[in-house]
Design a protein around this ligand. Structure first.
Ligand code: BGP
Length: 458
């Protein structure tokens, strides 16, 4: 069967500043943490060892073209642009981003730009990071500077990439700096991120720029083990905590009342100001980026909560390992392509069918060298992964979902937060020694799909 996509469908991939650029003025929390605890990073490889986009941006953009990308998302590094987060703008950074944005446009590749992809300037973290409202203001200033500098040539902006991840990693589950475990502080970080988002949206609207502004959320559909009301309730709470804590404010302009009531009953609400509600209402977006990697399966708890243990989302559910689930064993994530369709239908039916696109989807695989045939990685598993997800996306579109494109994570194998180069995600293989780039089979498949705006599958 042939799967054809609407005209002007966005075909491309996503990356981020810290994971690709390398060599940077302006320390981030990642540089700081790596210098102190390199053992927390896979094989002791830190954020200095990237795919060198800062040097090779021009040839990399040629490769994007070879992959027939019509769009590409990356991020601006706040710490590169404003090394101390709040002061002087670094002219070298301005030149660099001007050149990248201009080159993308010249090559017919629409730049999608994220303002914050996990990379907090260390100077901002030192004053409390997202726990401090001054950092919210500093971020709003940084966003405004970006709009003024690049807003005439960037028409698709994203305030944050996966804002729940620094909350989970940094304040609940100990996989990002500052390695705090404290739900109320986590809730404060999440809340202030929403305020920062809304301030950036406000600044964008005030500047009357030609483009649109949105956010990128990692949506994990929450599936209950069964229809038993206790399992359904567990899935509902997981959905509130991990999806709707950001989805509702950015699409509806307010938090779900039952999330607020739940946190209130456990005394975990962040402190709010009366004017915050108006600001959040102004943060409604034009375009939603959806990162989809895995579903979340839950069941009601089997055991009682230890009241002495820190308050956690898991007080309300246990994870459920569905028998027969398909896994990506390298990353430990379930592969469940219908999740993409379920996300789109939920947006269509419950959120007014917003303009959206898949902003990340992908499969990290270890030791891909074993698949080399005639000098090229034959990653048939990735082609299957993509085509399977695309068939579900296609079904969503055919049922009226407003999904405008599909971007893969990622373009060239890049450095991953804690896994460094363990799992490779790219369309293009990176030789870490020589920095040589070689297109994988999946890159060729994607290039053909983008060119034809369709693909064939049985
Ligand atoms: C997303 C992030 C990306 C990227 C990807 C792969 O959550 O937006 O930055 O890293 O996941 O995940 P990982 O690198 O952890 O394997």
């Amino acid at each position: 069967m042939k799967y054809a996509f609407p005209d002007n469908f966005w075909w491309g991939s996503a990356s981020s500043a810290l994971q690709t650029e390398g060599a940077r003025e302006g320390e981030t929390t990642w540089d700081y943490w790596f210098a102190r605890e390199p053992n927390r990073f896979h094989n002791g490889v830190g954020p200095q060892q990237t795919s060198t986009f800062y040097q090779h941006w021009k040839t990399d953009i040629q490769l994007l073209k070879q992959l027939n990308h019509n769009s590409f998302r990356t991020s601006i590094s706040w710490a590169r642009l404003i090394p101390d987060g709040i002061g002087e703008v670094n002219p070298d950074a301005v030149d660099f981003y001007h050149q990248v944005i201009d080159e993308l446009n010249e090559q017919g590749i629409t730049p999608f730009i994220t303002l914050f992809h996990f990379d907090m300037p260390m100077a901002m973290q030192e004053i409390g990071g997202w726990e401090n409202r001054d950092v919210v203001d500093a971020y709003a200033r940084y966003a405004q500077i970006c709009f003024e500098l690049f807003g005439d040539r960037v028409l698709h902006w994203f305030t944050f990439n996966e804002p729940i991840v620094p909350v989970e990693g940094g304040y609940l589950y100990d996989f990002h700096y500052p390695n705090v475990v404290d739900f109320r502080r986590a809730a404060t970080v999440a809340y202030h991120t929403v305020l920062a988002h809304a301030k950036a949206v406000q600044a964008y609207r005030a500047g009357h720029y030609a483009g649109e502004i949105g956010i990128v959320l990692n949506l994990t559909p929450s599936y209950p083990r069964s229809q038993n009301p206790t399992d359904v309730k567990a899935a509902h709470v997981a959905d509130l905590m991990f999806n709707r804590s950001f989805l509702d404010p950015v699409l509806r302009g307010e938090y779900p009342a039952d999330l607020v009531a739940l946190l209130k009953s456990y005394d975990q609400l962040p402190s709010c100001k009366p004017e915050d509600g108006f600001l959040i209402a102004e943060g409604k977006i034009d375009l939603l980026g959806i990162n989809f990697y895995q579903p979340r399966r839950v069941k009601c708890r089997d055991s009682a909560v230890n009241p002495q243990a820190p308050f956690m989302p898991e007080w309300f559910f246990d994870s459920y390992e569905m028998p027969g689930r398909k896994m990506n064993p390298y990353r430990g994530w379930e592969i469940y392509a219908p999740g993409i369709y379920d996300i789109l239908i939920n947006l269509r039916d419950n959120y007014g069918n917003p303009r959206c696109f898949i902003s990340e989807n992908g499969m990290g695989v270890e030791n891909e060298q074993r698949f080399i045939e005639n000098g090229q990685i034959n990653d048939q598993y990735r082609i299957e992964f993509i085509s399977e997800h695309l068939t579900w996306l296609h079904k969503g579109i055919s049922e009226g979902c407003n999904c405008l494109g599909y971007h893969m994570w990622t373009f060239i194998d890049n450095w991953s937060w804690c896994n460094a180069y363990k799992n490779r995600y790219g369309f293009i293989q990176l030789d870490l020694e020589t920095q040589q780039r070689t297109i994988k089979k999946s890159g060729e498949w994607f290039a053909a799909t983008a060119l034809n705006n369709s693909f064939e599958k049985e």
